[in-house]
Design a protein around this ligand. Structure first.
Ligand code: HEM
Length: 413
């Protein structure tokens, strides 16, 4: 056990990315050290305990802690992040979450499928013509940005502006909170840009109040008029949603491709039957969980089983490890068709369960089904790919691929 704990500590202390070996590392962690306690910080990797703490009162989501420089240079951004729905007190979180739950209803999402298919077809046209692409930059990054814009109802002419600003917010979060720096990381959003974005969103919400619409911004404008949230909370909600579906979906799509590349027989099964895309996606998210951790701040001294938590302790819930816990998943590193599609915690569990899980699934299915018989294949050895430095997103930063029309005809079926 000591060795795996030392490795864990090295990753946390020095921000060493997990890279290709992330699943092996997380599986070992869950098996050998399901509970690790450093000074005032816990890392919980056992599936049972992770799911239990996700539903246990007294474990609210921790607000990100930004360095002094971000407080000084962009205080409004810090204020926004310190008061988003997810980091509010339990009752406040519930009130705001219930406003959003309606916005992600199955009926509303089903109506988006054709539009997502159109975005996928548009983004794929040029890479397919060339027969190759940089999967992360050309497909996995723009796709969720476009889907988010459609979901929210951002006018087409403003989509580039919104995506650029949302990316700036992600860069600020990555540089300031996840301590992620790499040469390609784009510039963080400035205070002036953030103020401009807020003003823009305020204007959109006002427009929707004057002219109601079926999109998510229309839903939030209606909820404000019905007294379910304040005008400022509606603006913050839109800003939050600009971001939540970006890096998460990008990482999920890239990781799915990595899982398929490592297992040609699964790629062949998908080529033969696109209807199995939902199973492929669920198992891929379990094996290479894109959002590796959740974090909680213990509200008051409390005991769970034999564990005694102190008020203020930080608790890292290692979703990526819980998904590979051999006590829950037999032969956890194997892709198995017969695992239940909803059993894993890639989208979290309980109080903060991901509101965008169905939308993310729909986006992935749309892409996988569009390319099922000419799956993008990495054109560089997987082991040579550069991986994101953030421990929270164990995913390749760049993924050059070629499309292989031969797959379905190669006898792989
Ligand atoms: C495959 C892609 C995605 C993954 C892996 C993912 C993962 C997660 C996880 C693990 C959590 C819970 C965090 C915790 O408990 O600490 C979460 C929460 C959340 N996700 Fe996602 N997510 C994805 C896509 C999306 C999308 C597309 C949206 C919306 C457009 C979204 C919106 C949210 C929101 C709003 C929350 C917070 C819920 C709350 O505070 O109650 N996610 N997500």
């Amino acid at each position: 056990m000591a060795e795996i704990v030392q490795r864990l500590w090295r990753h946390f202390a020095r921000q060493v990315p997990f890279g290709m070996q992330a699943p092996e590392f997380f599986a070992e962690l869950a098996e050998q050290a399901p509970v690790v306690r450093f000074d005032g910080m816990w890392v919980i990797s056992g599936y049972d305990l992770v799911t239990r703490l996700c539903t246990q009162p007294g474990f609210p989501m921790a607000a990100p802690v930004f360095p002094e420089a971000v407080h000084r240079d962009n205080p409004q951004f810090v204020r926004f992040f310190s008061s988003t729905m997810s980091v509010r007190a339990a009752e406040e979180h519930q009130r705001l979450r219930s406003v959003l739950t309606g916005a992600f209803s199955g009926r509303r999402l089903a109506a988006l499928r054709d539009r997502i298919d159109d975005v996928v077809a548009e983004l794929l046209a040029e890479p397919l013509r060339r027969g190759e692409a940089e999967f992360v930059g050309e497909l996995a990054t723009p796709l969720p940005a476009r889907v988010t814009a459609v979901l929210l109802g951002v006018p087409p002419a403003d989509r580039e502006f919104v995506t650029e600003r949302a990316t700036g917010m992600m860069n600020q979060l990555a540089a300031g909170f996840l301590a992620e720096t790499h040469p390609e990381a784009g510039p963080p959003i400035t205070a002036a840009e953030f103020a401009e974005l807020r003003e823009y969103v305020t204007g959109l919400l006002e427009q929707r109040r004057a002219e109601p619409a079926e999109d998510l911004i229309g839903h939030l404008a209606g909820s404000y008029q019905a007294g379910k949230l304040s005008a400022g909370e509606a603006v913050d909600m839109v800003l939050l949603l600009f971001m939540t579906g970006l890096d998460t979906v990008t990482a999920a799509l890239a990781n799915t491709l990595v899982v398929l590349s490592e297992r040609p027989e699964i790629a062949a099964a998908l080529a033969a039957d696109p209807a199995c895309a939902d199973r492929v996606f669920a198992e891929a998210l379990r094996l290479r969980t894109p959002v590796a951790f959740g974090s909680r701040q213990v509200a008051h001294d409390l005991s769970v089983g034999k564990l005694h938590f102190k008020a203020g302790d930080t608790v890292i819930l290692a979703f990526a490890a819980a998904n590979l816990d051999p006590r829950k998943f037999e032969a956890p590193l194997e892709f198995r068709w017969d695992r239940p599609i909803t059993g894993n915690v890639a989208f979290g569990h309980g109080s903060y369960y991901c509101l965008g899980s169905a939308l993310a699934g729909m986006t992935a299915l749309s892409l996988l089904q569009a390319v099922h018989d000419r799956l993008p294949t990495p054109s560089r050895p997987l082991a040579e790919l550069p991986w994101r430095a953030s421990l929270a997103f164990p995913t390749p930063r760049v993924l050059p691929v070629t499309f292989s029309p031969a797959l379905a005809e190669s006898g792989a079926r």
